[in-house]
Design a protein. Structure first.
Length: 95
């Protein structure tokens, strides 16, 4: 079973957990390590919580996000519909 199939089959994840993982994985696709960003002071915990909230409220669906991530292992830009696009683009060259 692929990692993507495993994520799709995780009904035990809460909505917050699901969007936390989507946010983290989207950042990774952009070469951004959110833990490093927080450690270096570029991102606070409240900033990260706001990213997860924006993800939960995003016009793109979790499936849209997963499909984008599957097709873009190393993304050059976040999709237009990504609620965290500006943050990811801003962090890309910092961490």
């Amino acid at each position: 079973m692929s990692m993507t199939d495993e994520k799709r089959r995780r009904p035990d994840l809460s909505a917050v957990d699901q969007h936390l993982l989507l946010t983290r994985d989207m950042a990774r696709r952009h070469g951004v390590d959110l833990s490093v960003a927080m450690y270096q002071g570029f991102l606070t915990r409240p900033d990260f919580a706001a990213m997860v909230t924006r993800c939960r409220e995003c016009q793109g669906t979790p499936e849209d996000c997963r499909e984008f991530q599957e097709d873009h292992q190393n993304a050059t830009a976040a999709p237009d519909w990504c609620a965290n696009r500006a943050v990811l683009e801003g962090l890309r060259d910092l961490v």
